[in-house]
Design a protein around this ligand. Structure first.
Ligand SMILES: N[C@@H](CCC(=O)N[C@@H](CS)C(=O)NCC(=O)O)C(=O)O
Length: 226
């Protein structure tokens, strides 16, 4: 099997974490076509990566669909809780990340990548309201995490992988747009983050994403001084 993904993609990072944690033999490759090109849109399901290509050529898009598929195919080292309430909470965490947190992050992503691709003015900023909406979501998360039980007493789940990779961008983009240490007010999130980053599968994907993000920042800074 092959996973097509971009190194700085939080959606790809969560699948890479799962592949690493479960020691799966899935080859991780960059997409065959340039992102945003017509070929890219036409050849990947729903026009996005990560995409998992099966050995018979069939393809699966959407990171959470890929994660569910891999979990069903490779049940060893389970990453989805069996107990119904815990399973529901894991699903809630995934939906929190993709519907709530990602929605609040989206305006920051738009301006940041607009700058990277030169489609927005260099002076365009994320607004105070954008950062305050992000803080509202973090406050919700901080409370939600207290209901998940002590993470030190449970194993790593797919929801944790989704949160770890998107939380990386919460910290990086808020720092970029002038709010460093955005997690300072959220003790439960910081404790969860410390726990989750103890897993090499998580830490290594975060480092890969960080290297790629740092290279983009350097490119942005260089283009400013040209
Ligand atoms: N909901 C999707 C989001 C995937 C997504 O937004 N992928 C981005 C990379 S992070 C992409 O393919 N961008 C290229 C494009 O839109 O042309 C998932 O969970 O997989």
């Amino acid at each position: 099997m092959k996973l097509y993904t971009l190194e700085n993609s939080p959606f790809g990072a969560r699948v890479r974490m799962q592949i690493h944690y479960k020691s799966l033999s899935v080859e991780v490759l960059p997409p065959r076509y340039a992102p945003r090109s017509d070929e890219f849109k036409a050849n990947y399901p729903l026009g996005k990566v990560p995409t998992l290509e099966l050995d018979d050529g069939r393809m699966i898009g959407e990171s959470t669909a890929i994660m569910h598929y891999l979990e069903a195919l490779f049940p060893a080292r389970p990453m989805q809780p069996k107990e119904p309430f815990e399973a529901a909470q894991n699903e809630m965490l995934i939906r929190y990340v993709d519907n709530h947190l990602a929605t609040a992050l989206s305006p920051l992503f738009k301006v940041f990548f607009g700058r990277v691709h030169g489609t927005v003015d260099d002076n365009e900023q994320a607004s105070k309201q954008d950062l305050s909406a992000l803080n509202d979501e973090l406050a919700k998360l901080n409370t939600f995490l207290t209901t998940l039980g002590t993470h030190n007493d449970r194993s790593l789940y797919t929801g944790d992988l989704c949160l770890a990779s998107n939380l990386y961008y919460v910290e990086q983009l808020s720092l970029y747009f002038g709010e460093p240490q955005i997690l300072n007010n959220y003790a439960e999130i910081r404790a969860w983050k410390q726990w989750v980053e103890q897993y090499p599968a998580v830490a290594e994907s975060l480092i890969q994403m960080h290297n790629s993000h740092t290279a983009l920042l350097a490119k942005l800074n260089a283009s400013k001084t040209d």
